[in-house]
Design a protein around this ligand. Sequence first.
Ligand code: ADP
Length: 748
Amino acid sequence: QKIPKDARSPAQAGRSGLQKYGQLANKARSLISIRTALPIWTHQTEIQRHLQEKDILLLVGETGSGKSTQVPQFLVNESWCRPQKVRIKTKGNTENVTVGGCIAITEPRRVAAISLARRVATEMGTPLGSASPASQVGYSVRFDNSTSPNTRIKFLTEGMLLQEMLRDPWLRQYSAVIVDEVHERGVNVDLVAGFVRNMVAGNKEGRGGIPLKVVIMSATADMNRLKDFYEDGFPSNTTKSSDSDPAVNRTYEESDREGDEDGYESPWSGLSSDNEDASAGGQLGEAPGGSTYSAGHVATCFIEGRQYPVVAIYTPEPVRDFVDASLRTIFQIHYGEPMPGDILVFLTGQDDIEALEKLIEEYAAGMGSEVPMHVQQRVFQPSPHPNMRKVILATNIAETSVTVSGVRYVVDCGKAKIKQFRTRLGLDSLLVKPISKSSALQRRGRAGRESTGKCYHLYTESEYSKLEPSSTPEILRCDVTHAVLTMKARGVDDIMSFPFLDSPPRESLEKALLQLFSLGALTESGSISHLGRQMAKLPLTPALARVLLTAAAPETDCLLEVIDIISCLSVENVFINLVNEDKKEEADVARKELLRREGDHLTLLNTVQKYSSENTDRRKWAEQHFVSHRAMQAVMDVRKQLLAQCHHQKLIPPPSELNTPSNTSPERATVILKCFLTAFANNTARLFPDGSYKTVIGNQTVAIHPASGLFGRKLEAIMYHEYVFTNRSYARGVSAVQMDWIEEALAR
Ligand code: ADP
């Protein structure tokens, strides 16, 4: 690979630009030796050759072997990766279109997409994203897009790639799509995996015949299954010529233009469910692209891992409080282990991370130690002193997708928050559940990346032996409403014929169709409605998208308020959890000021209104009101993006011309809550004479979460944003509603 070059030559860059250019290039040069030492480096030519010969490559290699950072760089200068001008027939005329030139890499999480983009930009010696038009590496995640006209390598979350497919169903922008971390098996990666299977194996008219190269990357996946899955996508009849193929003579109707949605045609529509026959081993498939294939369309490549031995330590007795046990273990390692090395702790979510962070600070303050400030990106910096240890508190995000160097000790709480569909309630809830054996091994493996290590599992060996071998793919255990809307909006008419890596149960697909119908996203015949298309364009769950669109209607006209509330709901924990009892009273007083009697939705709105009002010193205000400034910054970001998106969909004037309301009357509060009920009527519970709440659908007991402003209140009925189950069932994000509002919403 060549030494990185800036897109502009130093001569064009000007004096300060020249300096910057030099710094970037120097930094990139200094990383070459690290890169060439990665296990993947020796496979560079092999990977390039595979993709010269075939359109699809499966690549398996352990975390840290260099897949995510190096593979895009191996491919970006290949000749097939250049943009190509092609002529494509659209309705009646022929159009010149550019296809390819850019590589997409999908990641399951925003943090990974952003940090990988930053790393690859540094390695290539190019500025990142929108920072400069010369930047060749960018990222696109929900509510944050940082790319330039020269972007050649783009890291995106899976959801964003699916979103791009609405505008560009043939992914014409890209020469290759790299699907990273397939083993995680979230719903979106399964959808991406299915869509790209169709694109490599199906017809390529919409791309003017230019193939899309696909790399499927995984740290642990069962390679044979993936190989079969992709081979089966290709028709088994290999000797078709393009002249006799009806698919090729069909004129591709360009239809992704605004306002021409009814004639929507996607790559999907080109492929019939003959596919299924092929996968059953039949000979029925037609070669849609008309190419002649030799046996085997899928190349494979294994990267050997680099792993030092790790000693696994289990507890002698089951652990009851893993936060407390983690605290003890951290200090036991710090004082007891002779070897230097940082500590990576696996917890379940923001709540226990923040709780443990506070405990560590308090404990360390008592010991007279200094604890550095908590900053997310700081995990990548080395510990400043040999007698110091960095402690990284993480969720399962650090299992495979983020590499943190310097770690020699791992503390594994054995649990993770897992989204699960609860059939009786008809909705997803986050449950804290034991992890799988495969996750436990991944966590343990993190201790042995750079030297021998130790892993403290906070459970007994016998508990370990009872763990499930691997985690169930999300699509089998979660609500698939969003997935089904995603497919419908991309032209998949017959959901049942979509190539799922694992097909969700028929009932759950049917339930999703029903739910989408009740949200107005589908017509009675099951095709997508105008409202459904609008919903699919919004980076929100179908339910929240529906609420937003209801709020935009002239008769309700409360879109700005609803955007503020939705922005808060998409950020975890706006209010700071107090571990310290002394401050509780002060916090209660401060928070009372923000509370609205209508409930948490209006309290959140109130908080945004006060925080964002012109004369507020935001940081100070947040501190005084025990509101997380960091979370509120994220809220403001989401809000900005949603406003821009709504403007783009012509729902509101440009954000600069908006007068954001600063005080919401009780009458308007009712209108707002009724908007939420158009999509959340299923998330309601009524009060029973014994003082408990039971869900209106399913009759399950549910309690108002202690973090809710309505905690302890007895109200006729409540509507809640989510349902969590820890030691009991809790409703979170709760507002007071009336039974007749619920009935009205359910009757619609
Ligand atoms: P894989 O995809 O196989 O897990 P990566 O390409 O993500 O491997 O990482 C390879 C190496 O690159 C890591 O071991 C680490 O040294 C380095 N690296 C990756 N991301 C970053 C980052 N954001 N900051 C610093 N180093 C990084």
